[in-house]
Structure formats: structure tokens, C-alpha cells
Design a protein around this ligand. Structure first.
Ligand SMILES: Cc1ncc(COP(=O)(O)O)c(C=O)c1O
Length: 411
């Protein structure tokens, strides 16, 4: 594979025009959109308007006149097609961790008499921490299921399982569960299925309705490009909308927040998942950012994501294997998300040396250099050039230089 072949792939790419929807710094190859997406065009203008007109000039009237009150629904409606979700099933508001807490409690409450939560040891840590916290709060037992060791989830399911809570795509190993199969297994056991879509939303053709999923959460700041600390989204299946019973019963989830009633009455729709005042700045940024997906087919996004990771894997085999670099991701498309980790000694220094060359990825313990493929703005030539830089770093041992091995707080 030479650079001309990568150029030909860019020429044939039906999504290539979408790169213009982003403000990418010159000369940067950004392979970390799975951690923090780049700035979409239109966001800066939206924030300027929000601050200088809506907040400064129109003050509190903006809740009505500039759609602040409706932002969770406005943003939810933009997310629904990306998630294969029916209208009126998605909202935004809290961090992923808080949203996960609310959904886990709601799920457990819907299965009284069952005492087990099934989850994975390979979870992103917050998922495991929140599962542990909810288990302690409600007196549940956590049953750990390791898909690589026990591929068939039925082995850990029985009629004591209240909730199965899983990350759709593993944040380190890029392994992806089959959403429909796992959901069906959970349902056969009578459990609620809760998906964390942080590493899928915006990069994988998620199909919540098709999978028959019950509940889901996901980050706004990764492939959805909603900016640092963007609010997370929450999905509730249509059949559960008027029964889901979440624990943080704040006024924004009330049927009539401004009736200011003494007692809590949940909203009859997905708004009941809200708790407190909408984080308006973050939600407005996410709202503007999602315009980058306007008219975009998630099937095309998925096709390009896989083509990019295929290209990366074949270039890595050709040019990096001699340096002891081992790619960590399933080779079958059906089991692969939108990122690839390279396992190598000195992975932290490797990532730092690449950042010095303006190729941005991130490091995950213990020895993984992680690279995400975001189909909206990445080109096949970016993938090609990135691997060329990787080979140069290894050939010159730049990853072993003292300035590259000093750990920063955020890796
Ligand atoms: C799978 C997964 N869940 C949750 C989170 C983060 O949650 P929060 O938005 O609460 O920081 C991450 C962050 O990387 C993640 O990868």
C-alpha cells in the first residue's frame, strides 16, 4: 500500500465533504476524536450568540425566547437518528456517570426480587465504579462477565439477574458486542438491558430500536463532538417511557416544573429522566455540534470507519510489526468498534513523541497507544501519514527520549 492508494480512497470517499464542517488545526492528524471530538463549524458563533445576546441582552427571558427550556428535547431529536432511536426517546443533561447511576437504579427498581447486576471487568472504570455504588446502595450483587473468557453471555444469566449493563464498544480493546444478540439474551433471562454507547455513538451504526434495547447512555464529547464536558445522552425505550422510575427526582423531570407543586409527579415522557436545570451552555454547544451530522448516513459512517481501521491494521502489520508493535482489536468487522490500540513497550512515550509530530492519539494503561477513527473529518491519507510518523518514531527511538516519558495528569 502506497500513499497514492490512500489518495485514491479519499477521492472515492462519499463523506469527504464533511471535513469542511470542522475547524481542524493545520497540520494536525487527529486520532483522538474518541476522547474529545474537534470543534465543529458553527459552534463558536453559537456560543458567541448565547453569551452576548441570549444571556447578556435577553437574560432570563431566553429560557422561552431562545429555546433554552427545550434544549434537552431539541438535542435529543438530533441524536435519535444517530442511535436508531424512535422520536421522543432521547434526552440530555447529566454527565455519563450520573446518567448511568440514574438508569441503573431505575432498571433495578423495575425488577423487584432480583438481586444481581451483570457487568464486565473490562468496563471503562466509571461504569464499574457506578455499578459497585448502586449495588451497595440497593443491596445487589455484582456478577462479572468477561466476554473474552466466556463468549456466551447465557453462562452468567439466570432469573436472579435484574440488569445487564455493558459498554457496547470496549474503550481499550475496541471490541464491540452484538447489540441485538446480547439484548435478546438479557431479555430471555427477564433482565433489563442497559448499554453504554460512549465509544459507539457517532461512529457506529447503533440501532437501539432494532436491538430492542431498554436503556442507554453515552457521552456527548467523543464522536459527537459536543465539546469538553458536554452533557451525556439518555435513551429510554418507548414502552418504558411512562414507567421508568429514576432516583434523582428533581424539578426538571417533574410533569409541570413551573407548577411548583409540593410533591413530585414525573413527566409522562423522556423528560422524566432529567433532574436539575439544563446545563444550557453545554447543551447549546452539543446542539450546534450535531449539525455536523446533518444528512449523514450512519451506514456510510460505519463503512468508512471500518475501511480506515482496515487500512491502519494492514499498514501497522507492514511497517510497525518489526518493532514489536501488536494491534489490539478484533479483526472481524462485526466485533470491531472505531478505534485501534497498539500494544508496545514504551506506549506512553510513543504517544508523546507522536503528539510532538502533531499526530494526536492517547495512552491507556498499561501499555496501549490508542487511536480513534472518526469518519466525518479523517482522511485515508491521514491514516497513511500517521503510520509513517509511527514508523519514524520507532526507528529513531523518539519514544524513549526523556521528554517523552514524563507522565502528565491526563494521558
Ligand atoms: C465507556 C465510558 N463511559 C463513561 C465515560 C465517562 O463518563 P463521564 O462523562 O461521566 O466522565 C467514558 C469516558 O471516557 C467512557 O469511555
Amino acid at each position: 500500500m502506497d500513499r497514492a492508494s490512500a489518495e485514491a480512497l479519499d477521492c472515492d470517499d462519499p463523506l469527504r465533504h464533511l471535513r469542511d464542517r470542522f475547524e481542524l488545526p493545520d497540520g494536525v492528524i487527529y486520532l483522538d476524536g474518541n476522547s474529545l471530538g474537534p470543534l465543529p463549524r458553527g459552534v463558536e458563533e453559537r456560543v458567541g450568540r448565547l453569551v452576548a445576546q441570549e444571556w447578556r441582552d435577553d437574560l432570563i427571558t431566553s429560557w422561552n425566547t431562545h429555546g433554552w427550556y427545550d434544549l434537552p428535547a431539541t438535542v435529543g431529536a438530533k441524536l435519535e437518528p444517530l442511535l436508531g432511536a424512535a422520536p421522543g426517546t432521547v434526552t440530555v443533561g447529566d454527565s455519563t456517570s450520573v446518567a448511568l447511576f440514574k438508569l441503573l437504579v431505575a432498571a433495578a427498581r423495575s425488577r423487584p426480587g432480583r438481586g444481581v447486576v451483570v457487568t464486565e471487568p473490562g468496563n471503562f472504570p466509571t461504569d464499574s465504579y457506578v455499578v459497585d455504588g448502586v449495588a451497595r446502595l440497593l443491596g445487589l450483587t455484582v456478577r462479572w462477565w468477561s466476554a473474552p473468557d466466556t463468549p456466551d453471555i447465557h453462562a452468567v444469566l439466570d432469573d436472579d439477574v435484574a440488569v445487564v449493563s455493558l459498554c457496547h464498544v470496549d474503550y481499550r480493546l475496541g471490541r464491540m458486542h452484538d447489540g441485538a444478540t446480547v439484548t435478546a439474551a438479557a431479555h430471555t433471562a427477564g433482565a433489563v438491558m442497559l448499554w453504554d454507547l460512549c465509544h459507539s455513538a457517532g461512529a457506529v451504526d447503533v440501532d437501539l430500536a432494532g436491538w430492542d434495547a431498554d436503556l442507554a447512555v453515552g457521552c456527548g464529547y467523543k464522536y459527537l463532538n459536543g465539546g469538553p464536558g458536554a452533557p451525556a445522552f439518555v435513551y429510554v425505550a418507548p414502552r418504558l417511557l411512562d414507567v421508568v422510575d429514576q432516583p434523582i427526582t428533581g424539578w426538571f423531570g417533574h410533569a409541570e416544573p413551573f407548577a411548583l407543586e409540593r410533591s413530585y409527579r414525573p413527566a409522562a415522557d423522556v423528560r422524566r429522566m432529567l433532574s436539575g436545570t439544563t446545563p444550557v451552555v453545554g447543551a447549546a454547544v452539543l446542539d450546534a455540534a450535531l449539525d455536523a451530522f446533518d444528512g449523514v448516513s450512519m451506514v456510510e459512517v460505519r463503512r468508512k470507519s471500518l475501511a480506515m481501521s482496515d487500512l491502519f491494521l494492514s499498514l501497522a502489520a507492514e511497517r510497525l510489526a518489526a518493532y514489536g508493535v501488536v494491534p489490539e482489536v478484533p479483526r472481524e468487522h462485526a466485533a470491531r468498534g472505531s478505534q485501534v490500540c497498539l500494544r508496545l513497550p514504551g506506549a506512553y512515550g510513543f504517544v508523546q513523541a507522536l503528539i510532538g509530530r502533531r499526530v494526536i492519539g492517547d495512552f491507556r494503561e498499561p501499555d496501549l497507544a490508542r487511536f480513534g477513527f472518526a469518519p466525518l473529518y479523517l482522511r485515508f491519507t491521514d491514516v497513511y501519514d500517521a503510520v509513517e510518523h509511527m514508523e519514524a518514531v520507532l526507528a529513531r527511538r523518539e519514544h524513549e527520549r526523556p521528554e517523552n516519558v514524563v507522565r502528565a495528569a491526563v494521558t
